[in-house]
Design a protein around this ligand. Structure first.
Ligand code: TYM
Length: 344
C-alpha cells in the first residue's frame, strides 16, 4: 500500500524553493491520488531546535507554518497535517533508530559538514567540531523516524534532502535485517526543478537561513517586492537567454522557476525557444510577473487563516489524533520486535 509523507521545519516564512520543491508536488499528489492513499505532512519542531531558536519566535513560526501550508492549498480533510512534537512516538522511534546508525555515516552527511564549515551552531567564539550539538548530528535519524513511523513509501522533497533519505533507506534495511521485515523502503520523489538557487548568489541554494532576505522570495511577499527582487537577481553578462545550469546558473535558475510555474508545463529548453532573443532585463521582469501571478491570493488566505486561532488549533488537534493512532501501532510493533514490548 502507498503512503506519502513529507515534513518542513517551522523556521520562517516558506520561500520559493519550499514552494516549488515541496508544496506544489505535494498539492499535486493531494489532488491526484485516490482517497484511500494516506498523505502526511508534518511541521517538524524537533528538527528546528537542532539549531538555536528563540522560544517565542519558534512558537509563532509553528502556527505560521501551519497557516502557510493551508493557505497554499494543503487540505486538512485530505492530508494529515500535524506538529511532529505533538506525537511523542517520533522521538521514541528516533531513539531506537539511533542504536542502529553509525556515527561515521552521520558525519558524512553534507548538511552536517556544511554546518561545521559555517560553524552555524556556534553559541560561543572559537567553536570546534566537538562543540557542535549531538541533536544536530542525529538530525537525519529523527527524519528517518518521521518517515518510517508511518511506513511511508513515497517522500516528496527538494534535491537537498536526497542524502537524508538515502540514510533513511539504509536504516530501514538495517532494521528489517535485524528484526524481520517491518518497514517498506521509501522512494524519494524529486521534481524536475530540483533545487532553486539563491537570487543573489546562484552558487548557493535558496534558503530560509541565508542572512540576506533579498536572496529569496517568500510566499507572502507583496508583488512590488517580488518584482524588484527579481530585477536585482544576479545573472551574467552574456547576450540572450540560454539554459545552461553549469555555466549560466543565475539565468538557468530563472528559467527553472518559470518552467515550474508554467501553466502549460514547458521545460526550460522549450521556454528558451520563446525567450532566446530576449535581454536578461525582460526575462527577469517576465519571471517576476509569473511568480506574482502564481502566488496571487495566498497572502490574503494566509491572513484569514492565521487570524482564526481556534481553527488552527482544531486542525492541529485532529492531525495529532490521526497521526498518533498510526504512530502508536507502529511503535507497538517496533518495541515488540526489539524486545521492549509489554511484559507478560
Ligand atoms: P526544509 O524545512 O529545509 O524544507 C522543506 C522542503 O523544501 C525543500 N527545499 C527546496 N527545494 C528546492 N529548492 C530549494 N532551494 C529548497 N529549499 C528547501 C526541501 O528539500 C524540503 O523538501 N529535513 C527536512 C524536513 C524533514 C523531512 C522529514 C522531509 C524532517 N523530516 C521527513 C521529508 C521527510 C528539511 O529541513 O526541510
Amino acid at each position: 500500500p502507498q503512503v506519502v509523507f513529507s515534513g518542513i521545519q517551522p523556521t520562517g516564512t516558506p520561500h520559493l524553493g519550499n514552494y516549488l520543491g515541496l508544496f506544489l508536488p505535494f498539492l499535486k499528489l493531494q489532488r491526484s491520488l485516490p482517497p484511500g492513499i494516506p498523505l502526511y505532512l508534518s511541521v517538524v519542531g524537533l528538527h528546528a531546535i537542532t539549531l538555536p531558536q528563540d522560544p517565542k519566535t519558534l512558537a509563532e513560526d509553528r502556527m505560521n507554518m501551519m497557516a502557510s501550508l493551508m493557505a497554499c492549498g494543503v487540505d486538512p480533510q485530505r492530508t494529515c497535517l500535524f506538529f511532529q512534537e505533538e506525537v511523542p512516538e517520533h522521538a521514541e522511534l528516533a531513539w531506537i533508530l539511533n542504536t542502529l546508525t553509525s556515527v561515521g555515516k552521520l558525519q558524512r552527511m553534507t548538511t552536517w559538514k556544511s554546518k561545521i564549515a559555517t560553524k552555524i551552531n556556534a553559541s560561543e567564539d572559537n567553536v570546534t567540531q566537538s562543540d557542535l550539538r549531538l541533536g544536530l548530528l542525529a538530525y537525519p535519524v529523527l527524519q528517518a523516524a518521521d518517515v518510517l513511523l508511518y511506513k511511508a513509501t513515497q517522500v516528496p522533497v527538494g534535491e537537498d534532502q536526497t542524502q537524508h533519505l538515502e540514510l533513511t533507506k539504509g536504516i530501514a534495511e538495517t532494521f528489517n535485517r535485524k528484526y524481520g521485515p517491518t518497514f517498506p523502503i521509501p522512494k524519494t520523489m524529486i521534481v524536475p526543478s530540483k533545487r532553486i538557487l539563491n537570487l543573489r548568489d546562484p552558487s548557493q541554494k535558496m534558503s530560509k537561513s541565508s542572512p540576506n532576505p533579498l536572496s529569496r522570495i517568500t510566499i507572502l511577499d507583496p508583488p512590488q517586492t517580488i518584482l524588484s527582487n527579481l530585477k536585482a537577481a544576479v545573472t551574467d553578462s552574456l547576450p540572450g537567454v540560454t539554459y545552461d545550469p553549469i555555466s549560466r546558473p543565475g539565468v538557468s535558475n530563472l528559467l527553472t522557476i518559470w518552467s515550474a510555474l508554467d501553466p502549460s508545463n514547458r521545460t526550460p529548453e522549450q521556454l528558451v525557444e520563446e525567450c532566446g532573443e530576449w535581454g536578461l532585463g525582460k526575462l527577469k521582469e517576465h519571471v517576476g510577473e509569473v511568480i506574482v501571478e502564481s502566488l496571487k491570493g495566498i497572502k490574503e488566505e494566509y491572513e484569514r487563516i492565521r487570524s482564526a486561532d481556534g481553527f488552527l488549533r482544531s486542525v492541529a488537534k485532529d492531525g495529532r489524533e490521526w497521526a498518533g493512532e498510526v504512530a502508536k501501532v507502529t511503535m507497538k510493533e517496533v518495541k515488540q520486535k526489539v524486545g521492549l514490548g509489554p511484559l507478560d
